[in-house]
Write a protein that binds this ligand. Structure first.
Ligand code: 3H9
Length: 709
C-alpha cells in the first residue's frame, strides 16, 4: 500500500486517508493507492462503514493536471475504482473541506454520503481547462442536484459554497469543524450513526435524474448557446451532450459518452493551451532570487498619485479588498472628477447586481482624497500614476523618496520609461519598482511588475503576493523599453502601419488578426486606446533616439494625430464612427496612399493575403518575445504568454504567442521571417531572427521544454 492512500481501522469504521500535498491531486500514485485500499476494504468483513478523508488544507482538488498530457493517460483506472467504491454494500461517507473540485467532487459523489466543513467550496472547474468532468461528474451531478443546476455548475466551472450544496442535495450535512481532525471526528460520528440506524449504501448512479421544471427545448437551447458563444472552446457543447445523456440514457451509456468526449477534449490543442496557462500562472509567482518564504512587508494603506483614469482604476483594486487608499491630485477639480468616476463605476456595478447595494458607499469610504503629496507619508505602498513624461515622473520619484516613510514601497505605473532611472531619482532604489497596470486598471487582470537593478527581493515578493490579493496575474519583467508587453506590441503595430500604406484596409487587417480569436485587430485597438496617445509614444521614443532610422516608421499613426483623428473618442481614426460602430473611411485610404507615395512604398493590396497579414504582424511579435527571453527580461516563455492573455486580449485557447509559436513550428516561423527579410529588405533589422530562435531550432527545442538544461 502506498503512503499516499492508506486504510486505518478504527473499530468498525475504516478511514481511507488521502495524503498527497499540496492539494491531494489524483496523481497516478493516488489512483493506485485508492485501488489497493478499495480492494482491501472489499475483503475486510470487520468494517461496517467507511470514511474518506484527505489530509492538509483541502480535500482532493481534482485530477493531477500535470499528468493529462502524458502519453497513455486515461481516466479509466480512477473511474473503475470509483465504481467499486460505490458498489460497496457498507455506507461510505466523504468528509469534505477546502476546495473539493473536479475529480475530488467526483470521488465525493461516488461515496454514498457527504458531509462538508463550513467554508468548503465544491465545483467542477474542468471547463476552465478546456475539458469536461471525466470521472462521471456529468452523470452523477445531475442525479444529485438536477440538470439545470448541474449544467450551470459544469458550464461555468464556478464552485458553490457548502451551504448551497446542502440546500441542493449535493451534501448531506454541513458541520462546524475547528480543524481537519475535528472534521474527521464529525465524519466518524456520522458514519457510526448510519451504522446504528442500519443505513446501507446509497448509490448516486442508481438515482433517476429529475426533469421537473425542465422545458422540452432546454438542451437544444443550451447547445445553441454553447455553439454561438463558446464556439472556439472544445468543452461546452460536449458538456451539454453529456448532461443530456445523463437525463435521457441509462448510466452506462452516459458513462461511455462522457469517456469518449473527455478524451476528445483532453487531446485538443485548446485544452493543451489552457492547461499550459494554468501552470504558467503558478510558475510566474516564483521569482529567481526571491526565496519562496520571503517575509512580505505589510501593506495596510496605499497611496496613489493621480486620480485620472489610471489612478482611479488602480485605487479601486485596493478598496475592493478593504485596503484604504489616499489619492493625491494637484487640483480639487481633478480630484472630484476622478473620485466621481470611481463612484460611478461602483454604482454601475451595483446596478448590474455585481456588488451589493451598500458596497459603493463602503468602498468609497476607503478612498481619501488629498492635494498634498505629504498625505502619503503614512502609506506602506505608494504608486505614482501621473502623466507619462520622464521629467515629471523623475520629479515625482524624487519627492516620494523624501515624503514616504522608511520601508515604504514606491512604485511607478509607467508603461515604457526607465525604472532604474526613476529608482535612482527616488534615492531608495531598493524600495522601488514598476507596477504597470493595464487599462481599465480595475478590470484587466495583468500586473506587469518591473524589477529594477536594485529592487530588494522582499519588495518584489511583497508586490507579487499583493497582486494575487487584488486578483491580478503578476508577471515580473526586467527593465527595457516597453517591458514585455509593449515592447512586443511595437513590431506588431509597425507592420500594421506598413500594411496600411501598402493599401490594405484597416478592416482587412483587423479581420485577419481577429480570425485568430483576438477581440480586436490593431486598428480597432488603437482607435479605442487613442491614436493621439499611440502617436505620442512613438514621438517620445523618437526624441529619445529609440527609433530606427526609417522616416516611414509608423508614419500613419503620426499622420492621424496631426489630422486630429484620435480614434473613437473623436469619431474618426482608422475608421469613422457612428456611435461605437466602426465604418470604412475613404479619407484613410487617401491619407495612406499619400504617405505611401511620400515614402516610396509600393501599393500591393491585391497581393496581400490574410496569411501574410497574420505572419507579418504576429511573427515579429513572437521574434521580439524570443529576444526578451534571450536578454533575461522575462524569466519564462509562460510569463510572456500570461502578459498577452491577460493584458492584450490574446485568446487563451491559443495559450499565448510563445505557446502558439510551438504549435506553428519554430522552423516555419524562422523561415517566414527570412522570407520577409528577402522580400522587404532588412536594413533596419525588422526581420532579423533572435539568436535564441536559431539555437532552439538547431537543437530541436520548443518553448514547452523551458528551462533549457
Ligand atoms: C479534473 O479533475 C478532471 C477529472 O474530471 C478527471 C480526472 C481523472 N493538479 O493554485 P495554487 C498545484 S481536472 C496538479 O498555487 P491555491 C499548483 O500547480 C482538475 N497540480 O494554490 C501549485 O503547485 P506549485 C480539476 C495542482 O491555494 C499547488 O498545487 N481541478 C492541481 O491558490 C498550489 O496551487 C482544478 O481545476 C491539480 N489539479 O489554490 C483545480 N491543483 O506549488 C485546480 C493545484 O508547484 N486548482 N495544483 O506551483 C486550483 O484551482 C487551485 O490550485 C486550488 C488551490 C483552488 C486548488
Amino acid at each position: 500500500m502506498s503512503d499516499l492512500v492508506t486504510l486505518e481501522v478504527r473499530g468498525a469504521i475504516g478511514v481511507l486517508h488521502i495524503d498527497n500535498p499540496p492539494v491531494n491531486a489524483l496523481s497516478s500514485g493516488v489512483v493506485q493507492g485508492l485501488q489497493c485500499v478499495v480492494a482491501a476494504i472489499e475483503g475486510d468483513t470487520r468494517l461496517k462503514a467507511i470514511v474518506v478523508h484527505a489530509h492538509g488544507r483541502t480535500f482532493v482538488a481534482g485530477g493531477d493536471i500535470s499528468e493529462f498530457s502524458r502519453p497513455g493517460f486515461t481516466a479509466r483506472p480512477f473511474n473503475e475504482t470509483l465504481a467499486r467504491l460505490e458498489r460497496l454494500s457498507i455506507p461510505v461517507v466523504a468528509a469534505l473541506h477546502g476546495t473539493t473540485l473536479g475529480g475530488g467532487l467526483e470521488l465525493a459523489m461516488a461515496c454514498h454520503y457527504r458531509i462538508a466543513a463550513a467554508g468548503t467550496k465544491l465545483g467542477l472547474p474542468e471547463v476552465l481547462l478546456g475539458i469536461l468532468p471525466g470521472s462521471l461528474g456529468t452523470q452523477r451531478l445531475p442525479r444529485l442536484v438536477g440538470v439545470r443546476m448541474a449544467l450551470d455548475m459544469i458550464l461555468s466551472g464556478k464552485p458553490i459554497a457548502a451551504q448551497k450544496a446542502l440546500e441542493a442535495g449535493l451534501v448531506d450535512a454541513v458541520v462546524e469543524a475547528a480543524d481537519n481532525d475535528a472534521l474527521l471526528n464529525e465524519a466518524m460520528a456520522y458514519a457510526n450513526r448510519l451504522v446504528e440506524q442500519g443505513q446501507g449504501a446509497r448509490r448516486t448512479s442508481e438515482r433517476q435524474v429529475s426533469l421537473e421544471g425542465v422545458e422540452p427545448d432546454f438542451f437544444d437551447k443550451a447547445l445553441a448557446e454553447a455553439k454561438t458563444r463558446k464556439a472556439a472552446y472544445p468543452a461546452p457543447q460536449r458538456i451539454v451532450r453529456c448532461v443530456q445523456a445523463a437525463a435521457t440514457l441509462p448510466f452506462d451509456q452516459g458513462e461511455a459518452l462522457e469517456a469518449q468526449l473527455f478524451e476528445a477534449c483532453r487531446t485538443s490543442p485548446e485544452s493543451g493551451a489552457l492547461r499550459h496557462l494554468f501552470f504558467a500562472e503558478r510558475a510566474a509567482t516564483k521569482i529567481p532570487g526571491v526565496p519562496a518564504d520571503v517575509a512580505p512587508r505589510p501593506i495596510r494603506k496605499v497611496g496613489v498619485l493621480g486620480a485620472g483614469t489610471m489612478g482611479g482604476g488602480i485605487a479601486m483594486n485596493f478598496a475592493n479588498v478593504g485596503i484604504p487608499v489616499t489619492i493625491v491630485e494637484t487640483s480639487q477639480a481633478a480630484l472630484d472628477r476622478g473620485l466621481g468616476i470611481v463612484r460611478k463605476n461602483y454604482e454601475a456595478s451595483a446596478a448590474k447586481g455585481k456588488l451589493r447595494p451598500d458596497d459603493p458607499d463602503k468602498r468609497m469610504a476607503l478612498l481619501t482624497g488629498a492635494l498634498d503629496i505629504a498625505a502619503v507619508a503614512d502609506c506602506d505602498l505608494v504608486i505614482e500614476a501621473v502623466f507619462e513624461n520622464m521629467d515629471l515622473k523623475m520629479d515625482v520619484a524624487r519627492r516620494l523618496g523624501q515624503v514616504c516613510k522608511p520601508g515604504a514601497i514606491i512604485a511607478s505605473n509607467t508603461s515604457t520609461l526607465d525604472i532604474d532611472m526613476l529608482a535612482e531619482a527616488s534615492g531608495r532604489p531598493a524600495d522601488f519598482l514598476g507596477m504597470h497596470f493595464f487599462s481599465p486598471a480595475n478590470v484587466m487582470r495583468l500586473l506587469e511588475i518591473v524589477r529594477g537593478a536594485k529592487t530588494a527581493p522582499d519588495v518584489l515578493g511583497t508586490i507579487v503576493k499583493l497582486a494575487r490579493t487584488i486578483a491580478k496575474v503578476p508577471v515580473v519583467s526586467g527593465v527595457c523599453y516597453g517591458f514585455i508587453g509593449n515592447r512586443m506590441l511595437e513590431p506588431y503595430l509597425r507592420e500594421a502601419d506598413f500594411l496600411l500604406m501598402e493599401g490594405v484596409t484597416p478592416e482587412r487587417i483587423d479581420r485577419a488578426i481577429q480570425s485568430l480569436g483576438l477581440p480586436m485587430g490593431p486598428c480597432r485597438m488603437l482607435d479605442l486606446a487613442g491614436l493621439d496617445v499611440a502617436a505620442k509614444v512613438v514621438i517620445e521614443r523618437d526624441k529619445a533616439g529609440g527609433l530606427p532610422d526609417d522616416p516611414s516608421y509608423r508614419s500613419v499613426v503620426r499622420k492621424m494625430m496631426d489630422l486630429g483623428r484620435f480614434g473613437q473618442k473623436t469619431g474618426a481614426g482608422y475608421y469613422r464612427y457612428e456611435g461605437r460602430t466602426p465604418l470604412h473611411d475613404p479619407e484613410v485610404d487617401r491619407v495612406c496612399a499619400e504617405l505611401a507615395q511620400q515614402h516610396g512604398i509600393r501599393r500591393r493590396a491585391d497581393e496581400v493575403t490574410d496569411q501574410e497579414i497574420i505572419e507579418r504582424c504576429v511573427y515579429p511579435l513572437i521574434n521580439e518575445g524570443v529576444k526578451i527571453l534571450e536578454e533575461g527580461i522575462a524569466y519564462r516563455p509562460g510569463d510572456i504568454d500570461l502578459v498577452w492573455i491577460n493584458g492584450y486580449g490574446f485568446p487563451d485557447f491559443r495559450g499565448g504567442p510563445m505557446h502558439m509559436a510551438d504549435a506553428i513550428g519554430l522552423a516555419h516561423i524562422a523561415e517566414r521571417l527570412d522570407h520577409y527579410a528577402r522580400e522587404r529588405g532588412d536594413a533596419h533589422g525588422y526581420w532579423t531572427r533572435a539568436a535564441l530562435l536559431t539555437d532552439m531550432i538547431a537543437q530541436g527545442r520548443k518553448f514547452a521544454d523551458w528551462p533549457f538544461k
